[in-house]
Write a protein that binds this ligand. Structure first.
Ligand SMILES: Cc1cc2nc3c(=O)[nH]c(=O)nc-3n(C[C@H](O)[C@H](O)[C@H](O)COP(=O)(O)O)c2cc1C
Ligand code: SF4
Length: 483
């Protein structure tokens, strides 16, 4: 993962823990309404993909165990990982794109409601993403995949060469020479790997996204409601389809790109279709970026516009993340695919302990607060979830007191200690296992390996009932806490 050049090292600093009485009277452990739903607390576990589904995208025992752990911590809201809305093979990513996923998802709902004793409301993050391929072997790319065009012939002064001659010549050239011959996009396909964009409107299935996606998201949301999930989070963040529509890099000229209203159009149409399908009384919100954190990307001002538009359209909550884009991702090795959390914008999304002068904690608070205050100034009371580097009660409580957020999320801290919210609520904060922001978990995610935390995955390995990862070295879930 990319590291800020300053390389300042930070230790976690959760601050003082409240007594049980203080926690009960705090804002963080006070109720909040999300549409028609009341969450008992303003504590939130945002979506985290743990690579525990199977090749068919079903809920597995590992998926159930993972969410059961968080549910025992009784957060107000728990969001199921990014879950694919299409009925297409997606590797071990959870899916909701067909009714055959219904029984497994129902079991997941029952598991969470049971393990939290009915205290936690469950949301699901619905995602669409476009095709991405691995970085190709350069010889294979030039010999087979590259489409030879008139432009190449002209640049090579090779009008009468056969295609085979051109390919052989390209293979013989040093890599830098290709800069003058291939287009920017071809060079990217060669050096990073082919990746579809929402701006590839010459491809019919990309041109048709505005027709196809509202129905797919609505189908998924209807299924979520049917299985008893308490609400839906539309994934409009990071590097995926809907975020790419919102991005200032979206130059589509069909009314779904360009100016802010064009970029927000499909996300609003998707929401409208979802709303129509699930009804006004079912909670629907979205996760989007307070800032894309890339050169020429959408800024906080853009996010203010989107937040207003989503709130006015009738969304029930907004959850803010930041960064996590392909645009500045690290070049993958040959045979690997690019990963959107490996560059500076990825760092903004999941900042690690080696940081800059600001540090890894609370980087999303200032923009989150700006967005929330702007909404309130317009009389929009929509609850806003802010996440990023929060691992202590004091900071979360301050965010709520200062009006920077209505709910405070913690992803990695909840992974480090799935039961931490309950510990804090019961006045036993000194028993919390504190995340060190090592990003070991994120490294596993990057390799699509079962996600665990380095603070617990080698603990008590000989305890009865421990389940192990395929390499046999790591336990899959955190040791259980006895309240
Ligand atoms: C292993 C892992 C998987 C993640 N998967 C998702 C995801 O599916 N959807 C999403 O919106 N964010 C995802 N994130 C980002 C987190 O939700 C969160 O925004 C980020 O980790 C910053 O919050 P934190 O500092 O509390 O960890 C993931 C993070 C981690 C560590
Ligand atoms: S591996 Fe554990 S300690 Fe390290 S960042 Fe992830 S959750 Fe935190």
């Amino acid at each position: 993962m990319w590291k800020p050049p300053q390389r300042v090292k930070y230790e976690p600093n959760p601050g003082a823990w409240p007594s049980a009485a203080e926690a009960s009277e705090s804002l963080w452990f006070s109720p909040v309404d999300i549409g028609s739903l009341t969450l008992e607390h303003r504590t939130w576990v945002p979506a985290m993909v743990p690579w525990r589904s199977n090749e068919e995208g079903f809920v597995t025992d590992d998926v159930l165990d993972w969410y059961e752990g968080f549910a025992r911590g009784r957060p107000g809201g728990l969001v199921i990982e990014a879950t694919g809305i299409r009925d297409i093979p997606s590797g071990p990513l959870l899916r909701i794109g067909h009714d055959r996923f219904v029984p497994g998802l129902k079991e997941l709902v029952d598991t969470v409601h049971r393990a939290s004793d009915g205290h936690t409301k469950l949301f699901i993050q619905c995602i669409d993403f476009l095709a991405i391929r691995r970085r190709p072997d350069p010889i294979k790319f030039l010999e087979r995949f590259l489409k030879i065009t008139d432009d190449h012939r002209e640049k090579l002064n090779a009008a009468d060469w056969t295609e085979e001659d051109i390919r052989a010549h390209l293979v013989s050239l040093p890599d830098e020479s290709l800069d003058a011959i291939l287009t920017k996009r071809e060079l990217e396909d060669l050096r990073i790997g082919y990746r579809e964009r929402v701006t590839d409107t010459h491809l019919p299935h990309i041109a048709d996204l505005p027709e196809v996606l509202p129905v797919l998201f609505a189908d998924a949301a209807e299924r979520a409601r049917k299985v008893g999930i308490d609400g839906v989070e539309l994934h409009y963040a990071h590097a995926y389809t809907m975020a790419s529509f919102l991005s200032s890099k979206n130059t589509r000229s069909d009314g779904y790109g360009g100016a802010l209203n064009g970029r927000a159009r499909l996300p609003l149409e998707v929401f409208a279709a979802v709303r129509e399908r699930v009804g006004r009384d079912y909670p629907v919100g979205c996760r989007f970026l307070s800032d894309e954190c890339i050169d020429g990307g959408s800024s906080v001002e853009d996010a203010l516009y989107f937040g207003m538009a989503f709130a006015r359209a009738g969304m029930d909550f907004l959850s803010l993340s930041r960064g996590g884009k392909f645009d500045d991702a690290k070049q993958p090795s040959v045979g690997e695919a690019a990963y959107p959390y490996t560059g500076p914008s990825g760092y903004e999304c999941m900042p690690a302990y080696i940081s800059d002068d600001f540090g890894p904690f609370g980087r999303n608070i200032e923009p989150g607060g700006r967005i929330r205050r702007a909404l309130r100034e317009e009389g929009l009371e929509i609850p806003v979830v802010v996440t990023g580097g929060v691992h202590g009660f004091q900071l979360a409580e301050k965010m709520l007191r200062d009006g920077d957020a209505d709910l405070v999320g913690a992803a990695r801290q909840a992974l480090a200690d799935p039961e931490w919210f309950r510990k804090v609520h019961l006045g036993r904060g000194d028993e919390v296992r504190i995340c060190t922001y090592s990003n070991y978990c994120e490294g596993l995610d990057q390799k699509h390996k079962l996600v665990t935390c380095k603070l617990w995955d080698r603990l008590d390995l000989d305890a009865p009932g421990v389940k192990f990862s395929v390499d046999g070295k790591r336990r899959k879930t955190a040791p259980r806490w006895q309240p």
